[in-house]
Design a binder for this molecule. Structure first.
Ligand SMILES: Nc1ncnc2c1ncn2[C@@H]1O[C@H](COP(=O)(O)OP(=O)(O)OP(=O)(O)O)[C@@H](O)[C@H]1O
Length: 253
């Protein structure tokens, strides 16, 4: 595992008191691929995810983003380097419109926040990129019909797509998705799957934590299985998901 391009974990450990939630995990999410992380409740998936995103600091090990050691960088610094995430608990700005929420995602990476804080006017080229990325994300996730709605009027499924649109608008190199299909209906799940496959085809590295095994089978190129803090299996999705030991480790989820 070189860690060149995409995201990689090397020997990541995270303890909570006497519990080792993540116990020496190696993982690679390369560009152009969908990598899935599965495992029973309490396996350590969310903790590993937080270590990768930068919201939790590992006790040992390293996180590499496009080959660069980002272990000591907080989440917002990783975001500026192109590592974006979505949350299991949806986090939209409820009083802003759908389009405004997505625009915040686009501005995050194109210097909007920093320039705004410094009182600098936005550059014309940058403004265009922000606008284009916002419109593209709204279109991809079929949010144009509700673009002027306040986010708090959206039902759960659309809100989840909004969260993804906001991450997409930042044009991430690496996208971490925590249960992206939770609360989506069939049509929305199909749209999600199409968008994620298209992103991978464009070269984005995707890492998905997902409980829905059918979705994992459809979406993922590579699957990592965690149990009790460790990776107990990994490899091509079809092979890993067909392994009876994996089904046992997964606790018949
Ligand atoms: N902030 C915390 N404080 C103490 N213990 C924690 C904390 N976060 C996680 N743990 C413990 O670490 C272990 C791994 O939890 P984690 O949430 O990472 O698993 P998970 O695989 O994401 O589970 P789920 O599928 O239920 O979300 C569990 O034993 C959990 O109780």
């Amino acid at each position: 595992m070189t860690g060149a391009g995409g995201l990689a974990a090397h020997g990541v450990v995270r303890r909570y008191g006497g519990i080792t939630a993540v116990d020496g995990v190696d993982l690679a999410a390369p560009p152009g691929r969908v990598t899935a992380l599965i495992g029973p409740n309490g396996a350590g998936k969310s903790t590993l995810f937080d270590c990768l995103a930068g919201t939790v600091r590992p006790d040992a090990g390293r996180v590499l983003l496009a080959g660069r050691d980002v272990t000591a960088l907080p989440d917002h610094a990783r975001a500026r380097l192109g590592l974006l995430r979505t949350f299991q608990q949806i986090a939209a700005f409820q009083s802003l419109t759908v389009a405004e929420n997505v625009r915040i995602g686009a501005e995050q990476v194109h210097g909007g926040l920093a320039r705004g804080l410094l009182g600098l006017p936005p550059g014309e080229g940058r403004q265009r990129t922000v606008q284009e990325n916002t419109e593209r994300a709204l279109r991809l996730l079929d949010l144009r019909p509700v673009r002027d709605w306040p986010a708090d009027r959206l039902p759960t499924g659309a809100l989840r797509l909004l969260e993804l649109a906001r991450a997409l608008a930042a044009a991430p190199h690496v996208l971490l998705l925590d249960e992206p299909a939770a609360g989506l209906d069939q049509a929305q799940t199909a749209r999600l799957t199409g968008v994620l496959r298209a992103l991978a085809a464009e070269g984005t590295a995707l890492l998905v934590v997902e409980h829905d095994v059918d979705l994992v089978a459809e979406l993922a190129d590579t699957v990592y299985v965690m149990a009790a803090g460790k990776v107990v299996a990994h490899g091509p999705a079809a092979r890993v998901l067909a392994d009876p030991e994996v089904a046992a480790a997964w606790g018949a989820a």
